[in-house]
Design a protein around this ligand. Sequence first.
Ligand code: ZN
Length: 304
Amino acid sequence: MTVLALELGPTRFAAGRVASDVGAADIRRIPVPARAAWDSCRELLLDAAEGGAVTSVGIAATGPIDMVAGVVAPAEVAEWRTGFRIVERVRTLFPEAAVQLAFDGVCLALAERNFGATHATLDALSIAVSHRVSGGVMMGGLVAAGRTGNAGHIGHVLVPGFDEPCECGGRGCLETVAGVPAVLAWAQANGWPGTTVTELVEAVRSGAQVPVAAVGRAGTALGQAVASVAALLDLDLVVVGGVLADCGPALFHPLGAAVATHARLSYLPALRVVPSQLGDVGVLAGAGVLALATQGDRTPKGRQ
Ligand SMILES: [Zn+2]
């Protein structure tokens, strides 16, 4: 019996076999393929399965997705941009398997609940600040998927004082300030000579002024969005991971300051914002939780 987790992220695909206590193990990763994306994805899955009889596959994908139709449409994969029936393809590959698709933010929230910082609470928001700004909401201990599977898209919450056009067609979304491409672009426009997020994180850690300001701007916008979501959902814990969380205080101090400024309602002072401890395997581990939860069940679930 082999259970697989698959992550279709904006910058990489990853797959691993699932063990009940860790979410996913023996992880294989590839950069997002420039062409023949399904061929690469299939090889990745077969490689992870190692010839075992696959009984269940959990798929975490960058959004938006159509959970009910089993369709992904990642902007970063040209040939899938208008929609790719990933669930159907994976079922063809493993005909005996139950296959379940979820938004990567939903998977992140599942992983934080089962293995991470939100295990001891009931009402929490989990955020990944990377190429995209993704998130997942847990209420009463249940992770919400939403009608189409896209609940938790905090990257498209509006932040005051920002008006850049967003990939979604709107303006002033959190992702246009706090997503890695936006942070890099702002730093470069202000004279920073680097090009990659790894260089940026190193520069922030060494105290370089422009990178610190770029990440601080992202932190402020994140804090604004967190305050709004916490007010809406009456949360007590927000967990922040993703590559920009590696910047440490340069992100978390302005984030905390913005939360303190804006989260003023009587039920919000106890709100805590903490770094994720899951590293970069949170989403894949959450896909593993999804796979274990849906073994033998082919019907989409609205809530996990
Ligand atoms: Zn947007």
